[in-house]
Design a binder for this molecule. Structure first.
Ligand SMILES: Nc1ncnc2c1ncn2[C@@H]1O[C@H](COP(=O)(O)OP(=O)(O)OP(=O)(O)O)[C@@H](O)[C@H]1O
Ligand SMILES: [Mg+2]
Length: 227
């Protein structure tokens, strides 16, 4: 069955469980969702409900036990790691709770590093990194190291790094988990702006109600299920 062009990601009957010390944890139970290209989706629910697990299988970081994950028209639920790595590199950007910047690199070097290895000329890499830092209002801090930045500033650099490769989808896991309310607002508004300017599909998971309001489409989870 052909997938309609404007569907970015579809989960069909997705299940995943973890086995730990004899216990079975059903992290994802019969998940069915369809996300359109350009959507701004918030996945919200209490701690342990399966949000990160869902994000990981939708983004090709992990595989489900059963079901299909149709990513940009391709079922990736049984794909090999090299194929998943290629899809992630070409089509996906990630933003995590703890920024994951390289402390020995400046802001611009952190962003440029996403484009290595590449066929691009170094001037082109620099130009793209400058454009991405400008998009997150961090250009004037381009030569600063992470240790010289606040949490909100670090997350804005991490956001520049996520978008510099012009991904189809940005996945965020608790992007404001380490931020104060003002920085949370800045980061969420930047995600919204990027979503509108570049039609980048945004899929942001959070347990916070204050983040949920930024989504056009809110998916609520509880105990591994969509509710
Ligand atoms: N690698 C793992 N091994 C065993 N159990 C796991 C593993 N990863 C997650 N789990 C369990 O699966 C369930 C879902 O975890 P998940 O991390 O997806 O929840 P979450 O909604 O992201 O929670 P939080 O809001 O705390 O980040 C939890 O019960 C968790 O303990
Ligand atoms: Mg989580």
């Amino acid at each position: 069955m052909p997938v309609s062009k404007d569907v970015m990601i579809e989960c069909i009957d997705v299940n995943k469980e973890y086995r730990r010390a004899g216990a079975i944890i059903r992290a994802l139970v019969d998940i069915n969702i369809s996300i359109k290209s350009g959507d701004f989706v918030i996945v919200q629910g209490p701690t342990g409900c399966g949000k990160s697990t869902l994000l990981n299988v939708m983004s090709g970081l992990d595989l489900p036990d059963s079901g299909k994950i149709i990513f940009d028209g391709e079922n990736i639920a049984r794909s090999k790691e090299d194929r998943l790595a290629k899809i992630r590199r070409q089509k996906v950007g990630f933003v995590f709770q703890d920024f994951n910047l390289v402390n020995t690199l400046t802001a611009i070097e952190n962003v440029e590093a996403m484009l290595w290895p590449t066929v691009l000329r170094s001037k082109e890499i620099e130009n793209r990194a400058i454009a991405a830092l400008r998009d997150v209002n961090m250009l004037e801090r381009k030569d600063h190291f992470p240790v010289e930045m606040s949490g909100g500033e670090k997350q804005r650099v991490a956001l520049a790094r996520a978008i510099v490769g012009k991904p189809r989808v940005v996945f965020g896991d608790e992007v404001s988990g380490n931020l104060d309310p003002k920085s949370e607002k800045e980061v969420m508004e930047l995600l919204k702006q990027i979503n509108q300017d570049y039609e980048t599909t945004m899929i942001i998971v959070t347990h916070r109600e204050t983040v949920a309001k930024y989504g056009d489409n809110i998916i609520k989870m509880d105990k591994g299920r969509i509710i």
